[in-house]
Ligand binder design. Structure first.
Ligand SMILES: [Zn+2]
Length: 512
């Protein structure tokens, strides 16, 4: 065995020995494929790849080559097909770097011709220098999070898909990119010299830094590159309960860029930057291994959903001009409608079910009806509101006029009030978005309305009405009306799905 292989294998034995000694018994998670993704194996992979003996895995150097050797030894254990050059797992390039590629064939006759690339770079910056490190330079940059964590996830994902009876419909190509830290060289080389038929690359995943999950927050990039991705990703976030931050920025900072540039839709997952980024201190002890397991399980589900999706993954070119500012602008809440009555009250001072008026707005319906500061409203149309929310609802959902029962100086009287503005029966307005078909996105929720009482907020995505999906705006309205008086909505907020019921105490009528 040539000297450098001998050296490499010795470095490896040291690293593996250390990791195996440290790793706890594997913990199994829910479903079959998920059960194959374990903290024990993830920890072993991360500890092996981030061991000092791999010297920060600089591409083309012995540490980087040792990391490649480790990945190859793992792949040879798994039932996957080589997808590199000449029937090997390897694609050598630039004379010193090598991508490592494996494939699981799709099960659907038509869709198997389409390739879903699932990639993560395995190199890091070695001892660090001023071009690639925040310092101190000259020390081993272990790169536990960047990107031993993503590489570990990829190894577990391969095992999960390889061992799973149910094969995905599209073909999965797993890619360990080399020389990402040197300018996305590995993914750029592969995409210009693909080891599978060029025309068939339908979608790309990129996992870079998944090891530092905090507050369950995962950053998701790429959802605007094809229609329906946000929903697809959110519907896979069950049981993992991650909080997803959807970032619309197209950044050239990792391997997804090589695909995005060629108008291939992608998803990139990332648990966020931190102070150890590109420093020697990006070490194993800071890795949230349970978090990595949950994120990897979520990745497994999302990959399966993309690979099995009946719809063709078409690149949405408008995504290139969309930014987080676009998102912010579109998510600006619609102004609240003008007050229908024009009063402020203090329900604490008013006693139970009494509303002590503290303000009567000039020129308001309340003033026109003769209401005064100090009056106590005790009923609306003969009904005593249980609390402030019920009082608001009664006024908002009234057609044009209400009869108020008012106490003033111990005297109680009925006072009819002609309300301003339109009746607010449901109290939500929404917009549609071509990147999110079959979804309505709330742009206005009237304070005190039925929608507000249901806990809905601007920016919430309504995905289903009483368990039924809907294709478009008209179908949503129809489903909503059909489900009255209390439609149950499936809502997505920050990638989490929840359900709520809108209670409309008035009889059903078509939505405005
Ligand atoms: Zn990275």
């Amino acid at each position: 065995m040539p000297w450098n292989d001998r050296v490499m294998m010795r470095l490896l034995r040291v690293a593996i020995g250390a990791a195996l000694f440290a790793s706890a018994a594997p913990v199994r998670s829910a479903d079959h494929a998920g059960a194959l993704i374990t903290t024990g194996e993830l920890r072993t992979h991360v500890e092996t790849l981030a061991a000092d003996s791999l010297e920060g895995r600089e591409a083309g150097r012995r540490g980087g080559q040792a990391a490649g050797a480790y990945i190859l030894s793992e792949l040879k254990r798994l039932a996957v097909r080589p997808a590199g050059d000449d029937g090997s797992f390897v694609q050598d390039f630039n004379g010193q770097y090598r991508n490592i590629l494996a494939l699981i064939a799709g099960s659907d006759e038509r869709l198997a011709r389409e390739i879903v690339v699932v990639g993560a770079h395995y190199d890091h910056v070695g001892y660090g220098n001023k071009a690639n490190s925040y310092g101190p330079f000259g020390q081993i940059h272990n790169g536990a999070d960047d990107n031993a964590s993503g590489t570990a996830a990829l190894l577990e994902l391969i095992e999960a898909f390889a061992d799973s009876e149910a094969k995905p419909k599209r073909t999965l190509l797993f890619a360990f990119w080399d020389a990402e830290e040197k300018g996305l060289l590995g993914s750029e080389h592969w995409i210009s010299h693909p080891t599978v038929p060029n025309a068939s690359i339908a979608f790309a995943f990129n996992f870079d830094m998944l090891g530092r999950l905090r507050d369950r927050n995962v950053e998701v990039y790429g959802v605007r590159t094809a229609a329906g991705l946000r929903r697809l990703v959110s519907e896979r976030n069950t049981g993992t309960d991650l909080m997803l931050t959807f970032d619309w920025t197209q950044r050239d900072d990792s391997d997804h860029w090589s695909f995005y540039k060629r108008r291939i839709p992608y998803l990139m997952l990332h648990t966020g930057l931190h102070n150890e980024y590109h420093r020697p201190s990006d070490d194993v002890n800071l890795i949230n291994v349970e978090g990595l397991r949950d994120v990897t399980t979520f990745c497994e589900r999302t990959i399966a959903a993309v690979a099995d999706s009946p719809s063709t993954w078409t690149f949405r070119s408008t995504c290139s001009s969309e930014t987080n500012d676009t998102d912010k602008r579109l998510s600006t809440p619609q102004a609240q409608p003008p007050s229908r009555l024009g009063v402020r009250w203090d329900d604490a001072a008013g006693g139970r079910g009494e509303f002590l008026l503290t303000t009567v707005t000039n020129g308001s319906p309340a003033e026109a009806a003769g209401l005064h500061v100090g009056d106590r409203i005790i009923a609306v149309d003969g009904v005593a509101p249980a609390d402030t929310a019920a009082f608001r609802r009664a006024v908002l959902s009234a057609v044009k006029e209400v009869g108020l029962t008012v106490t003033r100086e111990e005297l109680t009287r009925e006072m009819p009030v002609r309300l301003a503005g339109d009746r607010v029966r449901v109290g939500m307005t929404w917009r549609l978005d071509d990147a999110e078909p079959g979804v309505v996105i709330l742009r206005g929720v009237v304070v005190g309305s039925a929608a507000h009482a249901a806990g809905l907020q601007v920016g919430d995505r309504i995905l289903k009405v009483t368990g039924r999906s809907f294709a478009d705006d008209a179908a949503f309205r129809e489903a909503f009306t059909a489900a009255e008086p209390s439609p149950e909505l499936t809502v997505e907020r920050q990638g989490r799905l929840w359900t709520t019921k809108i209670d409309l105490d008035a009889p059903a009528e078509p939505m405005p």
